[in-house]
Every structure is written in C-alpha cells, then in structure tokens.
Design a protein around this ligand. Sequence first.
Ligand code: ADP
Length: 337
Amino acid sequence: MYSLRFQLLVSALIAAVGGATAFYFHPTFLLSVAILLGAVLLSYGILYFFVYRPLLRIQRVVDAQEDRASVERFIASSSEEFQNLSVSFNTMLESFRTDISRMRKLEGVRSEFLGNVSHELRTPLFSTQGLIETLLHGAVDDKKVNRDFLAKALNNIERLNSLLEELIDISRIESGEMKLRLRFFDIVPVLQAAAADMQTYAEQRRITVTYNGPTDAPLEVFGDKERLRQVAVNLMENAIKYSEKGGTVTLTLTSTADRAEIIVKDTGIGIAPQHLPRIFERFYRVDKDRNRDVGGSGLGLAIVKHIVEAHGSNITVESSVGIGTTFTFSISRTGVE
Ligand code: ADP
C-alpha cells in the first residue's frame, strides 16, 4: 500500500495538473484554478500537520522508538481525539499482553498436565506388563507366585481405572462440563452409607472408621447428593490411606440453622506445614514414594476442592505431623450460599 503522505502528494499533483490544463485551454478559469490549487495545498498542509505527523508519532510510540516520558508529553500535548486514541491503543495493548501471557501459561499447564498424566499411566502399565511377561515366561505354573502376580496385575488395572475416572472428572470440571444437580436431600443416610462403604478397606488396613452425627433425625442440605458423597468418600479414603495401623477416622456431621458442617478427622501421619497450601493442586503429593505404595495420583483433593467450591463453600485443612489431619467444609441447608 502507498503511504498517506504519498497519497496526499499525488492528490495535490493531480489537482495542480488539472488546474494547469484547465488554464491552458481556458485562461478565464485562472482564478478559480488558483483557488482550487491553494485549497488543495492548504488541506494537504492541514492534513500533514494535524493527521499525518501525529499518526507518525503514534507509530513511533507503538514501535517503542521513543522513551516513555516523551510519549507521555506527546499524548498530553495532543488533541482530545488523539488522547482517546492513545487510551484505546493502551487498553488494546494491555488486553493483547494479558491474552498472550494467559495463552503461554495455559500452554505450560497443558504440557505439564500431559507429562503428569503420562507418568501416572506409565507406572501401573509397565508394572502390569512386567507381571504378565513373567507369568508367560513360566511363572504361571509356579503355584507360589502365580496368584500373587495376578492379584498385583489386577491391582494395577484397578489403579489405572480409578486414575482414568479422576482424569475424566478433572477434565469435565475444568471444561465446565460437570454440572451440579442441586436439590434438597437428607445428608444423614448418605454419610452413614459412605462411612459403611469404607469398612472393608479400613479393616484391611486395621483402621477404625466411625460416623459421628445425627442418626434418627433427617438433616436436609441443598447440594448435589452424588458429588457430596464422592467428597466424603475421597476424604475418608485419604484419611485411611495416610494412617498407620490402629488409627481412627471420624466422619462428623454437625449443623447450625442454615449450614451443615462435615468434618473428616484422622489420627494419621499428618502433613507438614510447608505442604499444606499445595495439597489441593492437581498431581501434588507430599511423599511420592509412599504414594507409590498406597496408589495415590494426586488428583483426589483437586476434585474435592472443585466440588466443594462449586457448592459455594470452602474446604479447610488442619494438620500436625504424626498426630493427624482434619478436613472441614460446610454445605447450605437453605439453598443460599
Ligand atoms: P492422592 O491420590 O495422592 O492421595 P490427593 O489429591 O487426594 O492425592 O492428596 C494429595 C496429597 O495430600 C497426598 O498425596 C498426601 O500426601 C496428602 N494427603 C491428603 N490427605 C491426607 C491425609 N488425610 N493425611 C495425610 N496426608 C494427606
């Protein structure tokens, strides 16, 4: 494209040539042609000084060829329209910068997420592959190990399955696809059943799980029954997982006029203060080696936090190493957050 200055000059030249031609053929037009030419030159001058030059300076500002002080002096001395234009440019520039840094951050989060996912999937997959290969190479006939290897392979597959379920949950939450089905329901039987479902797992690990709350009177809350059950189960599973033999896990339900409070307390290994602010992050685990044994993916608490927050509430954690951990959250009884 031609520059603005070039276009203005060409218009002026065309007017001048037009005027000269008219004068050559009809001298009586001299005066009007002279006025026309003068007007064209005058408009060129006005356009040059008041439009082209300020635009050129704006271009320099955009190209960052001028220092900030001179840019600000220029803006302050220019007309209101240019000041508005500069404000719009600045706003546009800021929003571009924010968009770009958000995109960069997302890109980083995405690749970190993919890295974590592949790492989590690879461990149980490789382990299952190794077990099956060993069985195929003869261990299948060795009565001392064959059932044990198969049980381990099954365990890995169950771990893969629960990891996939958690990944699906996280991706549905983050894409906004997970919609809560909010309604009034009695939370007492839901929590009692959740605690009862924990018994087999707790017995395997020699842990006692107790429900501590109303038993015969209903306690209506406003929330998503299935998702809140999932939260209670997840917190109790963790409480059992991160406890030593002989520990206790208590699921407490209390209420005020407008809220029900749910507390999951354990007498387990606890979490050191420096880890507490990060345990709700995706894939964050305090002790990765220990988690290998107990089968954690680091997604559970991220899902729990999302669900509780989607209910307009917060989840808090208190913990002391070697003494135990307590997670607390509350749910509305009235439908008002
Ligand atoms: P994971 O699948 O690893 O259990 P979570 O997101 O549920 O992942 O928990 C994140 C980390 O927080 C765990 O790896 C564990 O280190 C710590 N954690 C969670 N709950 C407890 C608890 N009740 N006691 C001690 N540590 C816990």
